[in-house]
Design a protein around this ligand. Sequence first.
Ligand SMILES: *Cc1c(COP(=O)(O)O)cnc(C)c1O
Length: 374
Amino acid sequence: MKPLQMVDTQSQYQKIKSEVDKAVLEVMESSAFINGKPVKTFSDNLAAYLDVQHVIPCANGTDALQIALMALDLQPGDEVITPSFTFIATTEVIALLRLTPVFVEVDAKTFCIDPEAIERAITPKTKAIVPVHLYGQSANMEAIMKIAEKHHLYVVEDNAQAIGCSFHFADGSSKKTGTIGHIGCTSFYPSKNLGAFGDGGALFTNDGALAEKLRMIANHGQQRRYYHDMVGCNSRLDTIQAAILNIKLQHLDAYCQARQQVAAYYDKAFAQTDKIITPHKADNTDHVYHQYTILLNGVDRDGFKEKLDATGVPSMIYYPVPAHKQGMFKQFGVGDLELPVTTYLTERVLSLPIHTEMDNEQLEFITKSVLSVL
Ligand SMILES: *Cc1c(COP(=O)(O)O)cnc(C)c1O
């Protein structure tokens, strides 16, 4: 049996090796390491794939979130509503920019930000909402955009885990996640669904003026070289990474399907036990399964994980500590905030291996191991 891993970027590479090697060598031959042609080609191809007007490449997903918030002309102390149950990057950039993170609850089934909790948290200082499409399915963007419109708030989507996912509106139309709010952000971290061979990220928007600003911020606040009109940063996608991503983008839908097949196998295998609550897929969204995250029901999670480890099946806890309980947010006095769903999830979630290269032999072994140590 192939070794069991949370992700298997090596086997994935082997399947596209000749194409990737050729593209990387071409960049090296050209020596256009910074802003070479593949950066523009990839951005254009990604814009076409997402059906969005502007794609602004940058250095990583965290930078994308930071640049997005920098473009909104917010003032220190302005409030940004975000889920506490997320990867730290979502919330960290809010504090970094001296804005105030307002942590709200997630939906108990989808694990994504709860629109009703957003509405309850709005104050005169609220300026933006940062929903996260956690584990690969969309937050309820229809409800979130309605709230944002009503209260004149910006929406910055954290799409780092859901690239390729579509949200389905009540009128029957669909949009790719990351293209629904004012700005969408993504990460090309190697283990993400569209992963580079190093760091990378991008921003998406349909607003031309915002796009121009995002581009300037990512480039030292300049449009014309050496004329810096605003405070920016230096955040670029490497040409080599863009060349690789351009090849992998062609496989993104197939990668999503491979993940969905793994999820379907797990769903079926775990249907026989009520000790495992399998991921809930909401009707208004696809699920591209960046993670396959189960809830352990009446089982000691940490003991279970240890026993599962002993069988050779890796698993991870995303995330053991909610953002509002992290030391970095002490200054905001949010440690005692009661977010019962978030707490419930951090105590019971467990993510199983899911990636594009899993075979039935591995899946059979994993599901049998899981069921036997339950
Ligand atoms: C990975 C991730 C990020 C950050 O992306 P990097 O490229 O690692 O900076 C942000 N938000 C979420 C939800 C993520 O999963």
